[in-house]
Design a protein around this ligand. Structure first.
Ligand SMILES: O=P(O)(O)OC[C@H]1O[C@H](O)[C@H](O)[C@@H](O)[C@@H]1O
Length: 534
């Protein structure tokens, strides 16, 4: 039996055992959780037991996670389909040297960070001015990895945002750029165009729209544009002065890029010192990931719990449920991080994947989700493993009672998933309400919660820049470990290409410049409807 089969065999043996019974062992909670620099990952409310964990760890060992991990950190070209190293970790590990092709890549990284800091400081202090005075607003135009990270983080760290106001434009829908720019004054606005490739159609189209908007009121538009990219020839062709261009290398993947120049918007919002705290949090998680034994290694265990639920138990989706309003964009950020990284159907060597690819990741902050989709999580016919995130403290001391209520709700949901409510308990509730006979039975059945539904919880002290850095690096490494175990290259994204190519070909059809020969009947009919031709 190979390791996967052994795990499946083990699962078959334990699947009917209620998770709650595992807590007969009073040491269960402590033994099935991992601590790392103030973070606590509790996976005790899952059906993983001592032997299951040992088998999962053996799976990771057998996949050579440790060797791949070191290959990544040391700059080997592990992104084999694109022939690139994967070194986003270098952006937050500023004291070390990282040698790629015989060259230390760190001096330019530090130099760019220094320039970003000077630029951010100038904007924050008012030294760098727009043509109508101090810069009050900064607009980041980017999409995917050039948007989701800084947008998520600016919201997450709102209590630390004391610089110019930040705004984000991503969608090619003109409504987005229109609605964001409409209330702003071009004379006091700085636009950052963030695009690794500087070819992404959404970003370049929005950048042109912003330039026209700027030109309506400002004579020297170039002065109020900055760019973040790894294609410096294209930024200068767009007319952005090299002094306001912040470059990075192709070994930083788009969805892993917020630690470097793509984080410029965040740095402007929270200031260079706090941005360094964010980097330190990421670096602390890197150090933990590289040194902790697998059983006590948070990213490794997070990944193994994911593999257990998805590939072994067959639960195809996972809900990410932050009990922290400011993490409301975390699920969207993780959707790109996880689904673009591990949503692949072939292995690194081009052969068909033997196991399923990564799960569908989705979610919303609690408690809002409780009043919307938790119904299905509790009583739907499919099991959805839930990943809760909760801070021990909020940032509003005057509203500490609300934070307590928030925490109570989070713990209560995990408990409800674990415990459920039996038919007998539901009957007793209905009897207490005065029901009897068939009506009692019918009503009681609607009030049964099967329970025995797995969840994990990540507890952090408080959502500071350092802690956010830890959490994001934790998720990055989780994706890496899952990818290695599945044999996937987590660092390419060929699956986004086809739609882009077809969109380019369809635009002239919509415009009426091309007849759309070769298109299917549905597409052509929809084109006619959109053109008002029937
Ligand atoms: O930063 P850019 O080059 O503009 O790319 C923006 C995004 O678009 C692409 O289609 C990829 O799917 C993403 O991984 C990337 O983050």
């Amino acid at each position: 039996m190979n390791r996967w089969d052994t795990l499946r065999h083990h699962h078959a043996e334990v699947r009917d055992r209620a998770i709650l019974t595992l807590f007969d062992d009073p040491a269960r909670a402590g033994a099935f959780s991992v601590d790392a620099d103030g973070l606590l990952f509790d996976y005790s409310k899952t059906n993983i037991d001592v032997s299951g964990r040992a088998l999962l760890i053996a799976l990771a060992e057998g996949a050579d996670v440790a060797a791949r991990r070191e290959a990544m950190f040391s700059g080997a070209r592990i992104n084999e389909t694109e022939g690139r190293a994967v070194l986003h970790t270098a952006l937050r590990n500023l004291d070390a040297s990282v040698i790629v092709d015989g060259q230390d890549v760190m001096p330019p990284v530090r130099e760019t960070l220094g320039r970003m800091e000077a630029f951010a400081r100038d904007l924050r202090t008012g030294r760098a001015r727009g043509q109508g005075g101090r810069i009050t607003d900064v607009v980041n135009i980017g999409i995917g990895g050039s948007d989701l990270g800084p947008a998520m983080a600016c919201l997450a760290l709102a209590p630390y945002c004391d610089g110019p106001r930040l705004h984000f434009v991503s969608n090619v829908d003109g409504a987005h750029v229109h609605d964001v720019l409409a209330p702003l004054d071009p004379e006091t606005t700085m636009i950052i165009i963030a695009s690794k490739t500087f070819t992404t159609i959404e970003t370049m189209t929005n950048a042109e729209a912003a330039r026209r908007w700027m030109a309506s009121k400002v004579s020297d538009t170039g002065r109020q544009f900055a760019a973040v990219s790894s294609a410096l020839d294209r930024t200068s062709a767009f007319g952005i002065d090299g002094g306001r261009v912040f470059g990075f290398e192709d070994w930083v993947g788009g969805r892993y890029s917020m630690w470097g120049p793509v984080g410029l918007a965040l740095m402007i919002a929270i200031g260079p010192e706090r941005f360094r705290e964010f980097l330190k949090g990421g670096a602390a998680m890197d150090a933990h990931f590289r040194s902790a034994p697998f059983g006590q290694n948070m990213p490794v265990m997070l990944a193994l719990v994911g593999i257990w639920h998805n590939q072994i138990c067959g639960h195809a989706s996972r809900a990410v449920l932050p009990y922290e309003q400011r993490l409301s964009r975390l699920p969207a950020y993780l959707q790109q991080l996880e689904m673009e990284s591990n949503g692949k159907r072939v292995a690194m060597d081009g052969t068909d994947l033997v196991e399923n690819s990564g799960p569908v990741v989705w979610g919303e902050p609690g408690t809002n989700g409780q009043h919307a989709f938790y119904q299905l999580i509790h009583q739907g016919t499919r099991v959805i493993p839930c990943e809760f995130l909760l801070g021990a403290q909020g940032h509003e001391p005057d509203l500490a009672h609300q934070h307590r209520l928030l925490a109570a709700n989070c713990l209560a949901q995990a408990e409800a998933l674990l415990r459920g409510r039996s038919l007998d308990q539901a009957r007793a509730i209905m009897a207490a309400k005065g029901l009897s006979g068939d009506e009692l039975e019918r009503q009681a059945r609607h009030r049964v919660f099967p329970g025995d539904r797995p969840s994990t919880m990540l507890v952090y002290p408080k959502l500071t820049p350092f802690v956010l850095g830890q959490i994001i690096a934790l998720y990055e490494h989780r994706v890496f470990v899952e990818g290695v175990i599945l044999g996937i290259n987590s660092f390419d994204q060929w699956g986004v290409e086809l739609g882009k190519e077809l969109a380019l070909a369809l635009e002239p059809v919509l415009k009426g410049e091309s007849d759309g020969a070769g298109k299917d009947g549905s597409t052509l009919r929809l084109v006619r409807r959109l053109r008002g031709e029937g």
